[in-house]
Design a protein around this ligand. Sequence first.
Ligand code: ADP
Length: 388
Amino acid sequence: MKARTEIGEHMATIVGVIGGGQLARMMIPAAVNLGIEIRVLAEDEGMSADLAALGVGDYRDRDVVLAFAETVDVITFDHEHVPQEILRELVERGVPVHPGPDALLYAQDKLLMRQKLSDLGLPVPDWARVENPEQLGEFLAAHDGRAVVKTARGGYDGKGVRVVSHAHDADDWFAALAEDANGGALLVEELVDFRRELAQLVARRPSGEILAWPVVETVQRNGVCAEVIAPAPASAGKLADIAGDIAIAVAEGIGVTGVMAVELFETTDERLLVNELAMRPHNSGHWSMDGSTTSQFEQHLRAVLDLPLGATGARDPWTVMVNILGGPATGTLFDRYPAALSAHPTVKVHNYGKSPRPGRKVGHVTAGGDDLDDVAYEARATAAFFQD
Ligand code: ADP
């Protein structure tokens, strides 16, 4: 540990977070409570995690990241986009990086992720690497003429994901790849007939301890997470066990450290298939801030510092988290507080301090209780105050 600072009489460990979005922001109260100092390298002025921003800098700039690393004890992330070369240089210089580059690779590149999960024997949709329309056509012919094409890198919130039914439906993406100096390929997958989407959140320490939260249901609208129900309805027993086993096998198989979310499809023929991996706190785990003994943000800090993990049980039989997408058409979220908070005093509102913009995740609300219908109503009705 090289960068301890004095807070009063205590020496505080400093966690450095690369990326200044809402995930970094929500690590701040957890760090304050544990007496851990947190410093954020934000990509811009005025970002969500400004409260703890040390400065502004480009995470793709080696010198910026190395200088930031000099001021902290451990590096972690709000996103998965820091280039591999920079991460590897940090590790070579002896900086603890969690999750490390060997694990993060599989959150950065969906083709490598599919290959690794297949190698580990984990359940994934049928997939192939395709470099041209002919190969895409062959995959379509073998899969009833429909498939999902994904860009290997750079996709989020459904961007870079396309349902196709013709070999030429992804020509623009193939053309873009041809111009890419690194060459590359697209991922094509079977169009999974799923009943619903689930997410299994786990945390793993460098020394190996792993804990899983209850499996949750995630409801997506237009490729964006709209709502999360914890635990996933009708998931007690076998389903929860299988989801937990899959996520633990992934975490151990790729050696991830910190919090990881495994997005899953529950198929209409009762299988669980891994869709995506996120190696950081994740939208599917926001419910844990109010609904679990240990929030994903506190757990992430514990894990990256190799401290014992906190219990992951649910506080209430049901917790529902609803995202505030876009925010109000006029004014701010704060303008809506008097009406929303007086109508729903048991619901917790989380505001990311971002300006409203169509489709943007600007906050979320969480309700908990014994009756799922009531809890879902409370959460949805509260969120409705914040969007027009
Ligand atoms: P992103 O990286 O943008 O989150 P995902 O790979 O998670 O992209 O895909 C976004 C959404 O698209 C998923 O949540 C799911 O609803 C749908 N989707 C992705 N892959 C498939 C698939 N193979 N079959 C059916 N739907 C899919």
